[in-house]
Design a protein around this ligand. Structure first.
Ligand code: IVH
Length: 716
């Protein structure tokens, strides 16, 4: 019964996922979808024996945190020859026709993301591997499983028992804007463009983070030993029937004129697409012709990429100004003579940081090249030296804060300069208060950015704690306020005392502690005292908390000014404790556990089970621990210590038996596919941030040997 229901829910959810993410034609509301999903998740949690790594529920992500395993590509992932010139493209096509005679082509968009190879076995997703060096790549299966447009199980029929399909993991502009918006609010460095954001996200350690970032996946090439197709076009149509997202923009072109028309159309029309593209890929359609043409040392001779030129404009750099963020980070900004670029007037461009400016030797008065490319924020890519004024001198970067005059500092590993005067620098103080009152934090309505500036400039607030001492009588006489607004403000300040703990924690504005991290911290530690008292090792035990975040938390609470503010907020009556959880049972009440090793479910789920049954999780093996729940590969040091202290060691089965009778059954499954490590919470590994300066294009993979070395499968 339960099993049938689980299967029915999975089938329905897969279907609605497909309708939503592939066909863009949802049939049920988000609410209905969420309700079905919740039912499936509840059933799967209660019946771990029916777990399946390809269940649509796993798209929410797990707490996977191992280094990625390296996997050899069965068929090398080749590069493509590329050109920016139509003449060169025409020559390329002429060469093909000299060798193979007139032939048809498939023209596709060149998606600007990061390449991925998906392997399917018996119709189910087996593995997802990045291109890496073309010969071997990183196994990012757990992350790719969270991408909704990747089918975990294939539809229809006729798919080969074992095959690979290649495509691009993309970040649509909407997801990119949302992500960078969040990062900005959290004082984190921004991603320079959607491509870097997609690649960085795919290499995240926690797939739960990946699941939230809204990646997409478009497929454009099959590989396999005996693929049942004679042409590329046919293979794309079939792949679409099997549930893959295959671009509807691809066209068969019969001659050069049609190819040119395709290119001309998309050079302009691509601006309306919701995801980034950087060119057109032209491929020979017929597999027999492809086979005849073969490969060069590193790319097929039957395909080429025509790349669109990034739009550029030349304009004068009038001056450089400096922005001071809430965290004190200084961003140099170019003030430009207004210039039209890709349909908008550009007046300002980011200059990233001092190093980037020095690298390009940018000086006020210079004529500079501004580019938009795939990037949202325009950037300066070069200086027209021939037009440099004779009296020009190298730009000297500021050494003091433009707002408060404090000497700037550089932190190790950070490209930006910082103003360290956190408690006395106006934009930092105002920025922190504005962050605190945001809707997602303390949600103090009626207090906007301008009012906060007004309060600051009238000496009424210096820290967020001052908000709670405000009186309506102090506010009413201020310009633009009056009695009614004053009362509203005081009322919403009063109401903010009921805002739950995790939002208070977010509102404090600890570096890198975004909304979600705050939630995880609150969930794990349950109170501010527990967070402040936690060691670095204990902090990284919480989901999503890596060493970098742990250090930022420790640094924040080590600061006396911060501690004084918190003491006042506590007196004011803010929520410093998470509200009590409802328990499933009290069967583990009063008992302390350490969970170690690999289990048939993630370690966090094991810990959640302990808490749901009234037990307590401890981080380290000590005399305070009653039980160790030991999975596969439990660390030998921990085991030895536990034995020495005489602590009882439970297997997963024994542990589940302890709480049995509460709807949890002993699972009869192997431990495949769960978090395999001892050390949760690696720091984020994200490449290509805006801070790091401009990122380069696709890396050239190691070439495959000419013709003979390439396996047949790659041809199709
Ligand atoms: S075909 C052997 N088609 O461009 C040919 N690639 O520079 C395999 N790309 O690694 C690639 N859109 O990451 C192909 N429609 C498309 C593409 C595409 C983007 C990327 C892909 C590839 C790189 C080559």
């Amino acid at each position: 019964m339960v099993r049938e229901r689980i299967e029915e829910l999975r089938r329905q959810l897969e279907l609605h996922n497909y309708k939503y993410y592939i066909e863009n034609a949802p049939e049920i509301s988000d609410f209905e979808f969420d309700t079905l999903m919740r039912e499936l998740q509840d059933l799967e949690r209660a019946h771990p024996e029916y777990a399946d790594p390809n269940s649509p529920s796993v798209r929410v992500g797990s707490d996977l945190c191992a280094e990625f395993a390296t996997v050899r590509h069965r068929y090398p992932m080749l590069s493509l020859g590329n050109t920016y010139s139509l003449d060169e493209l025409h020559e390329f096509l002429a060469r093909i026709e000299r060798e193979a005679g007139p032939t048809d082509y498939v023209c596709e968009l060149k998606f600007d993301g990061t390449a991925i190879s998906l392997t399917y076995e018996h119709g189910a997703l087996l593995r997802a591997v990045t291109r890496g060096d073309g010969t071997q790549g990183d196994d990012v299966t757990a992350n790719v499983r969270t991408v909704r447009s990747v089918p975990l199980r294939l539809h229809g029929e006729g798919w080969p028992d074992y095959f690979e399909i290649r495509g691009e993991i993309l970040m649509p502009y909407a997801s990119f804007d949302r992500l960078n918006g969040e990062r900005e609010a959290n004082g984190e460095p921004l991603f320079a463009n959607p491509r870097n954001a997609a690649a960085g996200t795919l290499k995240q350690q926690a797939s739960a983070v990946v699941a939230r970032r809204g990646l997409d996946c478009t497929l454009y090439q099959l590989a396999g030993d005996d693929l049942p197709f004679a042409s590329h076009w046919e293979s794309l149509q079939r792949a679409r029937e099997w549930g893959f997202k295959v671009s509807h923009e691809a066209r068969i072109c019969h001659n050069v004129a049609e190819i040119d028309a395709f290119i001309n159309h998309w050079d302009e029309a691509r601006r309306q697409l919701p995801f980034p593209t950087d060119g057109v890929v032209i491929k020979v359609n017929d597999f027999a012709v492809r086979r005849r043409l073969g490969f060069t040392a590193k790319a097929p001779k039957w395909a080429v990429a025509y790349k669109f030129k990034a739009e550029q404009a030349l304009t004068r750099l009038d001056s450089v100004s400096f922005q001071v963020g809430r965290t004190g980070a200084i961003t140099p900004v170019a003030n430009l003579e207004p210039v039209l670029l890709a349909g908008t007037t550009v007046r300002r461009a980011t200059l990233h940081n001092a190093e980037q400016m020095a690298l390009l030797d940018i000086r006020p008065g210079d004529m500079v090249y501004v580019e938009k490319g795939g990037e949202i924020i325009p950037k300066i890519t070069g200086v027209e030296l021939s037009q440099r004024p004779a009296d020009s001198r190298p730009f000297e970067y500021i050494t003091r804060c433009p707002e408060c005059g404090t000497p700037l500092v550089r932190y190790e590993g950070e490209a930006k300069h910082y103003c360290p005067n956190q408690s006395g620098c106006r934009p930092q103080i105002i920025g922190r208060i504005i962050h605190f009152i945001r809707r997602k934090a303390l949600d103090i309505e009626g207090l906007g950015e301008e009012t906060v500036e007004l309060l600051y400039d009238n000496g009424l607030v210096r820290t967020v704690a001052d908000l709670y001492d405000l009186q309506a009588a102090q506010l009413a006489p201020l310009p633009r306020l009056g009695e009614k607004s004053a009362e509203n403000i005081i009322r919403s300040i009063e109401l903010s005392k009921r805002v739950p703990f995790h939002r208070v924690l977010f509102g404090l504005g600890i570096r890198f502690v975004g909304e979600t991290t705050a939630k995880y911290l609150a969930d794990h530690f349950r109170s501010l005292d527990a967070v402040t008292g936690a060691s670095r090792e204990e902090l990284v035990e919480a989901d999503e908390v890596g060493e970098r975040i742990a250090d930022a938390i420790i640094e924040y609470f080590a600061d006396e000014t911060n501690r004084a503010i918190i003491a006042r907020l506590r007196i004011a009556g803010l929520q410093f404790e998470a509200s009590a959880r409802e328990l499933d049972s009290e069967s583990l009440a009063g008992k302390s556990f350490v969970v170690s090793g690999r289990f048939s479910r993630s370690r966090d789920e094991m810990k959640e089970l302990i808490e749901r049954h009234g037990g307590r999780n401890l981080a380290a093996v000590s005399g305070n621990v009653d039980y160790i729940v030991a999975g596969e590969n439990m660390g030998p040091a921990k085991l030895k210590k536990a034995e020495k202290l005489g602590i009882r060691i439970l297997s997963e089965e024994e542990f589940l038996a302890m709480i049995a009778g509460d709807g949890v059954r002993d699972p009869e499954r192997s431990s495949a596919g769960t978090a395999p490590d001892e050390e949760p919470g690696h720091p984020e590994t994200e490449g290509g941030l805006l801070q790091g300066g401009a990122a380069s294009g696709h890396p050239e993979p190691a070439g495959a040997p000419a013709n003979s070395g390439v396996r047949q499968g790659e041809l199709f």
